[in-house]
Ligand binder design. Structure first.
Ligand SMILES: [Zn+2]
Length: 259
């Protein structure tokens, strides 16, 4: 399997051989070593930005294909718009998973309480959701996750174990923090792109085309477009006999720490 550990090992071996050959024979082997370094860099960059690759750590990206069961997941809340999303989910009796940004929780504590009261699951999406999260050193990343856990626990009593990396960016530092804190990292198999300027119609078509049994659908509950998309995809997926689960149900994992 293409993992950071394996790629690093293979690269170290091949580069050592190329450099030894260069020292003995000179010439072309220097170029071989440079090309190997560039390939290594390319693979690592692919691993950082491709959540489904699971390059640095294990992620839960999709469930069993034998059950026609999928998970709707929502990032970047809580927000005012989350209330409309909750109304729609309630109408169809669907439970979903929400990955919360810690800094938004204080001002939307009622929404967070409602989420939990209505049977939805909550997970961690860092405190600030900075575009630089991927470059954070271990202590700062740890603080982002722990402070979000603390603020959510304060309002719900729940100590979250589910984590979704902002922008799907994973790094060796994240792998360390996830291992230390024993988090379950959730990716996705269907990306809606509902944060882009694309029309709701196009987003709906993309989701319906890509959904298959076990799918984890990534949506954003802070976007107006999200509600339009939900009102169309849910009835259609129900017609196709899909059922809906939270991610802990889909993957049979713990959503919360048992205190
Ligand atoms: Zn996000």
């Amino acid at each position: 399997m293409l993992s950071y550990k394996n790629v690093r090992l293979i690269h170290a071996l091949l580069s050592s051989v190329a450099l030894i050959c260069y020292l003995i024979y000179g010439g072309v082997f220097l170029y071989v070593a440079i090309i190997l370094a560039l390939i290594y860099l390319g693979v690592v960059i692919y691993g950082v930005f491709t959540v489904r690759a699971g390059f640095f750590l294990s992620l839960y990206n999709e469930g069993s294909v034998t059950d026609k069961r999928i998970a709707l997941t929502f990032d970047d809340g809580p927000s005012e718009n989350t209330k409309e999303v909750l109304d729609i989910l309630k109408k169809y009796h669907i439970k979903a998973t929400f990955f919360l940004i810690g800094s938004k929780v204080e001002s939307q504590q009622d929404v967070v309480k409602r989420l939990v009261e209505e049977g939805h699951e909550v997970g961690n999406h860092t405190y600030h959701h900075s575009k630089s999260t991927g470059f954070y050193p271990v202590p700062k990343l740890n603080q982002e996750i722990e402070s979000t856990r603390a603020v959510v626990k304060n309002y719900t009593g729940l100590n979250m174990k589910l984590y979704r990396p902002p922008f799907g960016v994973t790094t060796p530092n994240l792998a360390k923090v996830v291992s230390q804190l024993q988090l379950n990292v959730i990716g996705w198999s269907v990306r809606s792109f509902d944060t882009t300027r694309e029309s709701a119609e196009r987003i709906i078509q993309r989701i319906l085309k890509q959904v298959k049994p076990g799918a984890v659908v990534l949506l954003h509950d802070d976007r107006k477009k999200c509600t339009t998309v939900l009102e169309t995809i849910i009835p259609q997926l129900l017609n196709q006999h899909y059922t809906f689960a939270t991610v802990s149900e889909l993957f049979k994992i713990e959503a919360y720490e048992k205190d």
